[in-house]
Design a binder for this molecule. Structure first.
Ligand code: AMP
Length: 380
């Protein structure tokens, strides 16, 4: 079914053409008409399924027709687990919102930066994307009100619960008006998510998008067997030799992330690290540069890489393996998105061999292992 059949207005349909969204993804075909009809949604879907646009587009349309609210009273609230996701979701609101005749102000708020500029900027905002802690601080300072909220979105609800936001979320729920529309998205339906679902949702439309196994089929996987001391040179060899222009490299620690990025730069490959020890500004900046192609390599730890949304990510390299097979699938799943198949490469040292076997077994797929011993890495 094309976008034009989902009930979206002409302005949004035009914006979709500009964004080169040709066909709705399954979650969008199912969620958009239901949200426009005022239904609650329970969406079980991963990052990469197109869930953001599935709620952003109908919310933008609904806010157009809504009665104007008092200043600092929100029409829609999107709760997210991380600052990066807050910024990305708000970008989607901005990109599509800019094409509408009635301008809607949206904003992302998150902790780790000073609160005052956010308080000032909240003037006139109707759609808010927020991490739970900062949202509560802003409410306490009377910088915003949720008493007239019409739509609540929980994005990546499972991650919010994993990251320990349960208490804050419960507090936020207690501040909301009784009648409202609720949209809940989660990659998994854990017991905790199910509890929230039962607490919040009224007769929801349930949409389940099975993604991980499908995307894995799209991804070309390779592994290189390498000695510990040749791992750095091999990484640089692969990037240079294959002319890779946009590579997400994973390490298992902050320390390694910095080290790998430093070494890449010394070898004239533009790279930056993104991890929890970097300031918010530095992280946003690195992500922007990576997205726009100003740097070739982003070196990330697992937590930081969650929710990084990049339209076309051709290469993921596991410089170090993650501990859990689930994280491995999550990492490599970033390359098999949309219609663009990508490549995931893992660098396996002797001590990782056993662990890599376990990962492959869990994934249900065996990865071709190439011995890198014969590669001439001199000069890399
Ligand atoms: P999400 O799951 O919301 O993080 O979206 C994953 C990626 O798919 C984002 O880069 C979107 O811009 C892109 N995307 C979402 N819907 C579509 C669509 N219908 N056609 C093409 N790209 C899309």
């Amino acid at each position: 079914m094309p976008f034009s059949k989902l009930g979206l207005n002409a302005h949004l349909l035009h914006a979709l053409v500009l964004q080169k969204y040709e066909q709705p993804y399954p979650i969008q075909s199912q969620a958009i008409p239901a949200i426009l009809n005022g239904k609650d949604i329970l969406g079980i879907a991963q990052t990469g399924s197109g869930k953001t646009a599935a709620y952003v587009l109908p919310i933008l349309q609904l806010v157009q027709n809504a009665v104007a609210l008092k200043n600092r009273h929100m029409f829609a609230l999107v709760l997210v687990p991380t600052r990066e996701l807050a910024i990305q979701v708000n970008e989607v609101f901005t990109v599509f919102g800019n094409t509408l005749p009635v301008k809607t102000k949206s904003m992302a708020v998150y902790g780790g930066v000073s609160i005052n500029p956010q308080m000032i900027k909240l003037q006139g905002v109707e759609i808010l994307v927020a991490t739970p802690g900062r949202l509560l601080e802003l409410i306490d300072s009377k910088a915003l009100y949720l008493t007239d909220l019409k739509i609540l979105v929980l994005d990546e609800a499972d991650k919010m619960l994993n990251l320990g936001f349960k208490e804050e979320m419960t507090k936020i729920f207690s501040l909301l008006p009784y009648i409202r529309q609720n949209l809940l998205f989660s990659a998994t339906l854990s017991d905790d998510v199910n509890n929230i679902n039962q607490l919040l949702l009224r007769d929801p439309v349930i949409i389940k998008i099975e993604e991980e196994t499908n995307t894995i089929d799209l991804i070309k996987q390779r592994a290189y067997f390498v000695s510990e001391e040749r791992r750095g040179p091999l990484l640089r060899y692969l990037i240079k030799h294959n002319g890779m222009q946009q590579v997400l490299v994973f390490t298992s620690s902050v320390f390694q992330a910095d080290l790998v990025a430093d070494k890449l730069r010394i070898n004239s490959i533009k790279a930056e690290a993104i991890h929890s020890k970097k300031s918010m500004g530095a992280r946003t900046d690195a992500l922007k540069k990576f997205k726009s192609g100003k740097i070739r390599v982003l070196v990330a730890t697992d937590l930081m890489a969650r929710g990084i949304d990049i339209k076309f990510l051709p290469y993921v390299i596991n410089y170090e393996l993650p501990r859990s097979p689930k994280d491995y699938i999550h990492r490599i799943g970033r390359t098999g998105r949309a219609e663009s198949p990508g490549e995931a490469i893992s660098l396996i040292c002797p001590e990782d061999q056993h662990h890599f076997k376990i990962i492959q077994k869990k994934m249900g797929e065996w990865v071709t292992m190439i011995d890198s011993a014969d590669l001439d890495l001199h000069g890399y």
